[in-house]
Each structure stands twice: as C-alpha cells, then as structure tokens.
Design a protein around this ligand. Structure first.
Ligand code: GTP
Ligand code: MG
Length: 148
C-alpha cells in the first residue's frame, strides 16, 4: 500500500497539536507505520528542503524547521500521498480551507504547522531521509476491513 511522509513542524509541537493532528489523520483511515519526535539538524533541513535552496525564504525555512523538535510520521493508505495533502490543506494557512489542518490551526505561511510529501518521488525520498528501514513497520490493523 502507498506510503507518505508527514512532519508536524516545531510550531505544531510547541502548540501541543501532536495529539489533535494525529487524531485527524487516524480518523481519516490512514495507518501510522512510523513515528518519532526528533530534532532536525541543519544538514537534514537543507537536504529535505533542497528544492527551495534558491528561494529568498530558504534561510528562514531552515532556521524554523531546526528551531525545536518535530514529530515525523510515515502513514500508509490508499492514495495517501494526495489525500494526506488534502487533509493538510493549502501551503498558506490564510488560503487553506476550514476543516484542513492548516486551515484550522495556522495563520501564516512561515508557520504552517505540518509538512506533507507532494509526490511519490518526494514521499520515497523523504521517508528514506528521515527513517531507517527498521523504523517503518509492516502490520495489520483489525479495522482495515471497515475502511477498504
Ligand atoms: P511543505 O509540506 O512544508 O513542503 O509545504 P508545501 O509543499 O505546501 O509548500 P512548498 O513546498 O512550496 O514550501 C515549503 C515550505 O516553505 C512551506 O510549507 C512554507 O512553510 C515555506 N514557505 C513557502 N513560501 C514561503 C514564503 O513566502 N515565506 C516563508 N517564510 N516561508 C514560505
Ligand atoms: Mg513542499
């Protein structure tokens, strides 16, 4: 089944939103197959956000994502990459729809609460960047027959 990478950013962790956010993702029907609280190093931040290295806000982005612990997750589900991005909402929380994580919890693009992989290629890259193979588990949830 398809997997994606999500990361609650330092603002979400500091605002005690790990629980409410994970609850939404579990309620949607996604399966958590990997999760950890971690400190992102400057190197990891620069690699993860490499595609934005020429953007004017790159320094700010790296400083922000390394400013405190993040909660990194691997989620599994049918079409999870695209669907999790819908649950996350638009990049700018001021434009994100109510009912989405960014729409309900954020106010500024620089502090938009959560990251989600945007394609199968980034999902694979980011899962491998943040998680060892042994940290991503293969298991069954007893409720899956009621989702699929
Ligand atoms: P991620 O899931 O975090 O990758 O967000 P995204 O895919 O919705 O947006 P994108 O990859 O285009 O941008 C990456 C991150 O850069 C965003 O989540 C924002 O936090 C940040 N960002 C984007 N535009 C701006 C900006 O104009 N100013 C600042 N400070 N940050 C920005
Ligand atoms: Mg992105």
């Amino acid at each position: 089944m398809e997997k994606t990478f999500l990361m609650i950013k330092p603002d979400g962790v500091q605002r005690n939103l790990i629980g409410p956010i994970v609850e939404r993702l579990e309620n949607k029907g996604f399966k958590v197959v990997g999760a950890k609280l971690m400190q992102v190093s400057e190197d990891l931040a620069k690699t993860h956000y490499g595609e934005h290295s020429e953007r004017p806000f790159f320094g700010e982005l790296v400083d922000f994502i390394t400013s405190g612990p993040v909660f990194a997750m691997v989620l599994e589900g049918e079409n999870v990459i695209k669907t999790a991005r819908l649950v996350v909402g638009s990049t700018n929380p001021q434009e994100a729809a109510p009912g989405t994580i960014r729409g309900d919890f954020g106010l500024t693009v620089g502090k938009n609460i959560i990251h989600g992989s945007d394609s199968p290629e980034s999902a694979e890259r980011e899962i491998n960047l943040f998680f060892d193979e042994s940290e991503v588990l293969d298991y069954d949830l007893s409720n899956s027959a009621w989702i699929y």
